[in-house]
Structures are given as C-alpha cells and as structure tokens.
Design a protein around this ligand. Sequence first.
Ligand code: RP5
Length: 174
Amino acid sequence: MEEENKTTDADGSSTPPLVAVIMGSKSDWDTMSAASETLTQFGIAHECRVLSAHRSPTLAAEFAASAESRGLQVIIAGAGGAAHLAGVMAAHTILPVLGVPMKSDALKGMDSLLSTVQMPAGIPVGTLAIGKAGSTNAALLAVAIMANGNSNLREKLRQYRHQLEQKIRETDLS
Ligand code: RP5
C-alpha cells in the first residue's frame, strides 16, 4: 500500500499525525483510501497502515495503547468479516474510535457491520456505513470531532456542507 505509514499535511510537509486510518488488510485499502483522501482534503495530518486484530494482535494492541501519547486524536479502523479491529483498538485507548465495516464477499458486509456495531456497553465504537460511504463519513466525523476545538476546521466543514448543498441546488435533470 503506497500510503502505508504516510503522514500528510495541507502543504505536503511532515507533521505528527492527528488521525490514524488503519485497516485489517491491504485488501481494505480501496475502501479506506476514501477516508485518507477526505482527511487530505481538510488538511488533516494522518497516517495510514495495516494492522490486524487476529494476524498481528500484539502490534494492533501496542498501536492503540500508544496512540494517545503519540498525539493522535481519532482512530478510524476499517475491517471486514469478523471485524473486531475497531473494538480491539477501543479496548486499548480512550481516544474516539470510528469503525468502518468492509463490504465482504460472503455476506455483503453485514458480518462486518454487525461485528463492528455491536460493542457491549462500556467500550464504544462509533460505527459508520458499510464500504466507501462509511469510509468517507468516518473522516468527516473525525473532522467534526476535531473541529470542536478548532474554529478554522469548523469553517472548512461549513464550507464543505455548503458545497454539497450548492450541488443539489444546481442539479438540472432536463
Ligand atoms: C479482515 O479480513 C480484513 O479487514 C479484510 O477485510 C478481511 C479479508 O482480509 P484478506 O484475506 O483480504 O487479507 O481482517
């Protein structure tokens, strides 16, 4: 994956990542790249990497446990099948964790959705829609979370919504 471990900034310079976009497999990148692209659009420094809850459990736990001290503010975790990556992340950090269920072959993502969304009380995972819409929205939700303490980011988000509205207003079906 080209963007693995990549840290980006609005001007292309290197700054410590504020958001982590992680995924269980390289096969998830086609979906999770939407989150990365959206964060880039908002100028949010972020890192993208593969961490598996079942294939590299120690690495995944270490990553989540050290996330807060490394300056991360939000973790976005995409996984498919028995998608426990977001839950494992949440178990090891108090940072907000946003889960993106992959559209799996076997059950069209219903397996991923249910295993991400059904966290028992106490350890929350904010679960988004299955697939690319969820990936994009996870990034937008991360932006909204961070915008609470950042008026510049809040204004960017307002502009983004304004653009969406303009597109609808300008839609001509003739
Ligand atoms: C999960 O298993 C990954 O998140 C991925 O969605 C799914 C299949 O992984 P691969 O077999 O394609 O590597 O861990």
